[in-house]
Design a binder for this molecule. Structure first.
Ligand code: PEP
Length: 251
């Protein structure tokens, strides 16, 4: 049994006061959801204030990115040790980082190693573009990202399969489609880490997940939760997704 994870990626949204308001509304809505690991990934300035509000709850914190170096002259970056002061998770290789900030499988690989060295749980994002999907290249693209991004790393990680065409577009992949690709990812993980570890790794789906479609994803054999963008910005909408994960987990 893999404990599901529902992680909210707030992206570049929420000032500190808005973050406080969202968390204060959200926490009471999920107080009995003990079969789900809930992770909030606010923008960096909100990490400390959100950490303070989450004290005494089981809700965890994640950063949205970090550098692989342990410190030094890297203007604008966060070192793993700085993330670890507040958070247990870090999202790595999100498609927006790959598209707008030049991240590659090689830099993702360095970051995964740095995260694991620091005791952070990386959530590694992979996924194909619409053109790649339509050209029938999903398996090649996603398997390539997994093999290169996870070269020589440990099995302590989470994967998020996020078809780029489904992110923020309202065009969610069908739950069967997502599950099929996630099974391919799990077979890649078996090659890398062996059967036992691969069966333990949580693989999330991400891409226009909301309260109304979450249960469908969570009922699939290999989908172990969700990485949520837009719907994580509203307390009730995000809580609905957590409740769907909880209901599936206690079935
Ligand atoms: C994301 O950015 O990781 C994401 C899945 O976004 P959305 O839920 O808005 O599609």
């Amino acid at each position: 049994m893999r404990t599901p994870i529902v992680a909210g990626n707030w992206k570049m949204n929420k000032t500190i006061s808005e973050a406080r308001e969202l968390v204060s509304e959200f926490v009471p809505l999920v107080k009995d959801m003990n079969a789900v690991e809930i992770v909030l990934c606010p923008p960096s300035p909100a990490l400390l204030p959100v950490a303070a509000l989450l004290e005494g709850t089981d809700i965890e914190l994640g950063a949205q990115n970090m550098h692989w170096e342990s410190g030094g002259a890297y203007t604008g970056e966060l070192a793993p040790v700085m993330v670890k002061e507040f958070a247990n998770f870090v999202i790595l290789g999100h498609s927006e980082r790959r598209a707008y900030f030049g991240e590659t499988d090689e830099t993702v690989n360095k970051k995964v190693k740095a995260a694991q060295n620091e005791g952070l749980m990386p959530i590694i994002c992979v996924g194909e573009s619409l053109e790649e999907n339509q050209a029938g290249k999903t398996e090649d693209i996603v398997s390539g990202q997994i093999k290169a991004g996870l070269k020589d790393v440990g099995a302590n990680l989470v994967i998020a399969y996020e078809p780029i065409w489904a992110i923020g577009t309202g065009l969610a992949a069908t739950s069967e489609m997502a599950n099929d690709t996630i099974k391919i990812i799990r077979s890649n993980l078996k090659e890398l880490f062996g059967q036992e570890d691969a069966e333990k790794i949580r693989i999330l789906y991400g891409g226009s997940v909301k309260g109304s479609n979450a249960a469908e994803y969570f009922s699939q054999s290999d989908i172990d939760g969700a990485l949520v963008g837009g719907a994580s910005l509203k307390a009730d909408a995000f809580a609905e997704i957590v409740v769907a994960a909880q209901n599936e987990a206690v079935k």
